[in-house]
Design a protein around this ligand. Structure first.
Ligand SMILES: *Cc1c(COP(=O)(O)O)cnc(C)c1O
Length: 341
């Protein structure tokens, strides 16, 4: 059996989840008539204390829709230089919304209110694009699954409100953050104007993301989803998997975090490892002593049926998820210990 640590997107739906999908009542969601999609949207909006939600096909789609609603062509989005919305969405900010970006260095994928404040363009000066959106990612993928400090989020939110520049959360892995911090969903969510959550990452649903916000925002998002080709018909089949995931697979994320810490512990004792970005959630980023050995290590693990990903020069990424149990992690650790290069 392969142990796949490339991403938490590789999970397969469980028997129970498939059962829910099989039995889900469906209808035409473009007509707003899919009861399961409606139930999922209502449930997600409720747990986060937001007015409304929109079911979409991917996290890229929810992020890109949010950006499109918040900005106008020629406007500017402020985000971390390695944020998903900028780095991994095919240039969508420019392509879909004709907007510019201001990329911040930040710390482990996170940006501070202080930093954002310094880079808001002055409205009265026609040289600069109008700053129209602040976008943050929690947990931060490129930061090795780093969690935002809630006080920083509050400062970002205050800044956003005082400047009337909306604050968007790319919460692809927000549940990983929330199970660790135990911050109340509603007080957390109230800091943001829009939130994207993924059901197909650690929660283990096969497909789907949700965009959350107030009614007027979601109404606009609905229109953009249609324009982006994201209106789906009997989408209840996949929404049912998402609903199952939200109701059953959140608290167990803690196990993924424990597993990630086990990997970290072992890696720190390997003499080919320079360091590991301190593990906070389910992402383990290893920095190698010798960058040139990266692909050799990946191949060595592959030959033992363990899949991992390169994460830039001299770096490896392993992600734990619900299809990897602690026995699998023990096996990976044993293989890691035996690697000599
Ligand atoms: C995975 C991910 C997304 C969304 O990706 P899709 O594959 O489009 O669902 C967005 N942001 C972050 C940080 C991610 O890791």
């Amino acid at each position: 059996m392969k142990i796949d640590l490339r991403s938490d997107t590789v999970t397969k739906p469980s028997k129970e989840m498939l059962e829910c999908m099989l039995n889900a009542p469906v209808g035409d969601d473009v007509f707003g008539e899919d009861p399961t999609v409606n139930e999922l949207e209502k449930y997600a909006a409720e747990i986060f204390g937001k007015e409304a939600a929109l079911f979409c096909s991917s996290g890229t789609q929810t992020n890109q829709i949010a950006i499109n609603v918040h900005v106008t062509p020629g406007g500017e989005v402020i985000c971390h230089k390695e944020s998903h919305v900028y780095k991994y969405e095919g240039g969508g900010i420019a392509r879909n919304s004709g907007a510019s970006v201001r990329l911040l260095d930040g710390n482990r994928g996170r940006i501070s209110a202080e930093d954002v404040k310094n880079w808001i363009n002055p409205e009265h000066d026609v040289h600069f694009p109008l700053t129209q959106l602040i976008s943050v990612e929690d947990t931060a993928n490129r930061g090795g699954g780093a969690i935002y400090n809630f006080d920083e989020i509050k400062r970002l939110s205050e800044l956003s409100k005082s400047l009337k520049i909306p604050l968007h959360l790319d919460g692809a892995r927000v549940f990983n953050a929330l199970v660790e911090t135990e911050i109340d969903y509603k007080s957390y969510a109230s800091q943001f104007d829009s939130i994207s959550i993924c059901l197909s990452k650690g929660l283990g649903a096969p497909v789907g993301s949700l965009l959350l916000g107030n009614k007027s925002f979601i109404r606009k998002a609905h229109r953009v989803r249609k324009v982006f080709g994201g209106g789906m018909r009997q989408a209840g089949i996949i929404a049912a998997g998402g609903l199952y995931a939200l109701k059953n697979n959140v608290n167990r994320l803690k196990l993924d975090h424990q597993n990630a810490k086990e990997l970290e512990k072992t890696l720190l004792n390997c003499d080919w490892v320079e360091t590991v970005i301190p593990v906070e959630t389910n992402i383990v980023v290893t920095i190698l002593k010798n960058a040139e050995k990266r692909d050799q290590i990946i191949e060595k693990l592959n030959s033992e049926n363990i899949l991992i990903m390169p994460f830039g020069p001299g770096m490896l990424r392993m992600v734990t998820h619900l299809d990897v149990n602690s026995n699998d992690i023990d096996r990976v650790c044993n293989v890691l210990k035996k690697i000599t290069i």
